[in-house]
Design a protein around this ligand. Structure first.
Ligand code: BGC
Length: 777
């Protein structure tokens, strides 16, 4: 030991003795001494660690614009853990000109577009790029992916979510989580659970049967937790069959931890409105954004014995286990740079998520002079708004994408729309919240005279119309002027089609939408429809790649497009006709003294398990485009389909593999999605006609090339939830296996005979107070 150090230690010791204290033990946190650090923590420090440092949007820290932090405790070497929004990229404060302390980030394609790729390997790679960016900007935990089910197409946050199906949701989410976490940063799968509408999102009570909850709304979370152990799970705002999800021990502990084996941290969605003691004892570990009220209530309860100290210690331990994994703890040096690999990744995922809905042969397009109709051609939407919006440096429009691909763009139309969009942006009366959080809203379509359209049909080779929709946090979409097209949009489609067809020219529609819109009434008028969703900041390039055939479309619908909104089984049990005001984002407490309003204070999931294609296939109802649907510029042949047992399964019972050879039988290279849909034998409880159990995607196959695709599943994955027994049960008997992407149109059929039935007991948690009156089919 150096002489100077010896003297300093002696002085410290003397000082401590003189002050009448023995030296406090002050271990510095490291992964091996968490218990020791906990012993050295005061009660105040423990409570401080679990209550976030009330950090609202816009305040300055090392990383401006993050959503929240945990409290640092310097004397014990515990740094703050930095959490920022996702899921479509890293949401931090937008770049301000000349301010070196603000940064652009990458706007990745929305969740729905990501799911439409049906490509878990690609999404894993995308997650890696995203994870690196998170780390490079000094953030520890990305608040995503969003995993709520797309129960109804009008949910304002559906764009952040993946699908109407829990298996796609779970598998795509786990690919994303594994990708992001492979870079040494965390994720937060959200919003757990059954948080499927934005209207009155802070108070709404989801009333759902135990079976639908388990099979539909929890299944994706279950798959993701088991396959990827996210660093955190975010407990949601809503109520679930009465209790707040954040105060529900059955949900947060019995199901999440005891049944599924989740080992990490539960962080509350940004509430501050629930009972902190009940929240902590139910299984929340971090309170965000964290209020002084929560801190005081927990401390007082801890001192008075009203709070179970063991629950506090469990939370503290989990938080410390999180802290030691973070880049901030490890002393990560960051560069605040968007990596050069990000834009090509966004462009590729955006293109692979495009779903070709109709093509009479006009696509792919050769270079030509195109008349671009629709505001979205010039003001293309790449992302939704709210927590899921990312401030990227650019957003490539469809016009720019087509020009870059060598197309000529009709200039009179371009001038008209450019002026109109500029004028519209300036004059729209934006809601304050939207202005702050989004920066822009959609400019509505402008009517064009038939005479003008006719003259454009004369001078241009082809028409391309963009229909644009956006949505976001705190507000659901409405039926009219949103799901249904506006009169101006319908007129545009009709007039452009008449004029161009009159000249023997074609009309292509691009859907630049957050989720389904009504298509059935106009699809026959046009020659091709490409659903591109909101494909991120390279939108125009991704779309041009598919339109030109540089990328052969291989996306498939992760939800059903109904013919009519009211065909949906959840149509009336959703606030489709809500007055449209933004619901309160924070201060609202339910008023139980007044009559509770259906679809606002509470929503009954009366369709039960019959969500999306589970309903349409079982009820034999026609749809506009089925789940799993999507066209390609090539064709594929299926052969050698077989099912065989594999040596695996363990707790999940026997394991099986369907393998099938897929051959590109067409003239251009392409990728094919292969789904495995199962029809179960009739048993004690009714089953949907088909259910997706596994899926995979081929690599890019050249004409004539083949790939063997494997689809793995277990006896457990075939199980239905029997409420009476509170158990997952797989009946014995003959299972029909349908192989192919489209749930209504199998390419190969197999049978699997299960000689033995299986049962897995669960806890009786999250049950409705009264049975939910459900649809029976
Ligand atoms: C949203 C979350 C988000 C959080 C932090 C909440 O209002 O529901 O999705 O992660 O805010 O910004």
């Amino acid at each position: 030991m150096k002489k100077s150090t010896t003297i300093r230690l002696a002085l410290l010791l003397a000082g401590a003795l003189l002050a009448g204290h023995s030296l406090p033990a002050q271990p510095k946190l490291n992964p091996g001494n968490i218990d020791k650090v906990m012993k050295a923590m005061t009660l105040e420090e423990k409570v401080r660690l679990v209550v976030g440092v009330n950090h609202s949007y816009g305040s300055t820290t090392t990383v401006p614009g993050i959503a929240g932090r945990t409290a640092p405790i310097e004397r014990l070497g515990i740094p703050a853990t930095v959490m920022a929004d996702g899921p479509m990229g890293l949401r931090i404060e937008p770049k301000r000109e000349g301010d070196p302390n603000s940064y652009y980030c990458t706007a990745f394609p929305i969740g729905t577009a990501v799911a439409a790729t049906w490509d878990t390997e690609l999404i894993y790679l995308m997650g890696q790029v995203l994870g690196r960016e998170v780390k490079e900007h000094g953030v520890d935990v990305l608040l995503g992916p969003g995993m709520n089910l797309q129960r109804n197409p009008l949910n304002g946050r559906n764009f952040e979510y993946y699908s109407e199906d829990p298996v796609i949701t779970g598998k795509i989410a786990s690919a994303y989580v594994r990708g992001v976490q492979s870079q040494g940063v965390g994720t937060s799968i959200k919003h757990y659970a059954a948080n499927n509408q934005e209207t009155q999102r802070i108070i709404n009570d989801t009333r759902v049967s135990a079976r639908a909850l388990r099979e539909i709304y929890l299944k994706g979370f279950e798959i993701c937790v088991k396959e990827s152990q996210p660093w955190t799970v975010m407990s949601s705002y809503n109520r679930l069959n009465g209790p707040w999800t954040q105060e529900d021990k059955g949900l947060l502990t019995s199901i999440l931890r005891d049944e599924w084996g989740f080992r990490n941290v539960v962080v509350t969605d940004w509430t501050g409105l629930r009972h902190p003691v009940v929240q902590l004892e139910s299984g929340n570990d971090i309170f965000q954004p964290g209020t002084s009220g929560e801190y005081e209530a927990l401390l007082e309860a801890a001192k008075s014995g009203a709070l179970d100290i063991k629950a506090l210690d469990k939370a503290v331990k989990r938080v410390l286990e999180l802290v030691v994994k973070t880049p901030t703890f490890k002393g990560n040096e960051y560069s605040e740079k968007v990596s050069p690999e990000a834009a090509p990744m966004v462009r590729g995922v955006g293109a692979d998520g495009c779903v070709l809905l109709k093509n009479d042969g006009v696509l792919p397009l050769a270079k030509q002079e195109v008349a671009l109709f629709g505001v979205g051609s010039y003001d293309t939407q790449g992302a939704g708004w709210g927590a899921g919006n990312v401030f990227s440096e650019h957003m490539v429009t469809i016009k720019e994408g087509l020009e870059a691909a060598g197309f000529g763009v009709e200039s009179r139309l371009e001038d008209l729309y450019s002026d109109y969009v500029r004028f519209g942006r300036k004059n729209m009366d934006y809601n304050q919240w939207i202005r702050v959080h989004v920066g822009k809203a959609l400019v509505p379509e402008t009517p064009l005279s038939v005479k003008f359209i006719t003259s454009l049909a004369q001078s241009s080779d082809i028409a391309l119309i963009t229909i644009c929709r956006n949505s976001g946090e705190c507000k659901d979409r409405l039926l009219d002027y949103d799901f249904n097209l506006t009169a101006d949009e319908k007129d545009m489609i009709a007039n452009v089609s008449d004029a161009f067809h009159g000249k023997g020219k074609k009309v292509v529609v691009v859907l630049n939408v957050c989720n389904p819109v009504e298509v059935a009434s106009w699809k026959d008028k046009v020659d091709a429809i490409l659903c591109a969703w909101l494909p991120g900041m390279e939108a125009g390039h991704s779309i041009a790649d598919v339109l030109t055939g540089t990328v052969n479309p291989s996306g498939r619908l992760p939800m059903t497009f109904p013919n009519d909104y009211f065909d949906l089984p959840s149509a009336k049990d959703f606030p489709y006709d809500y007055h449209g005001k933004l619901s309160n984002n924070g201060s609202l407490k339910p008023d139980f003294t007044r009559e509770q309003i259906r679809n606002e204070d509470y929503t009954v999931y009366s369709e039960g398990i019959y969500v999306g294609y589970r309903y349409f296939t079982t009820a034999s109802r026609d749809v506009c485009f089925p789940f799993g649907y999507g066209l390609s510029y090539t064709t594929f042949g299926y052969s050698d389909a077989k099912v065989s047992p594999v040596r695996r399964g363990g707790k999940e019972g026997n394991a099986f593999r369907v393998s099938v050879t897929v051959t590109n039988t067409g003239k251009v290279a392409g990728k094919e999605v292969v789904g495995l849909y199962v029809s179960a034998p009739s048993g004690v409880i009714a089953k949907p006609s088909v259910e997706l159990k596994a899926f995979a995607k081929t690599r890019l196959l050249q004409p004539g090339e083949s790939d063997v695709v494997n689809l793995d599943f277990t006896a457990y994955s075939l199980a239905s939830f029997n409420e009476k027994a509170s158990a997952w049960q797989t009946d014995k008997g003959t299972y029909k296996l349908h192989v192919g992407a489209d749930c209504t149109n199998p390419e190969a059929e197999l049978e699997l005979n299960l000689r033995k039935a299986y049962s897995w007991k669960t806890t009786r948690s999250c049950l409705p107070e009264q049975p939910v009156d459900e649809l029976k089919l």
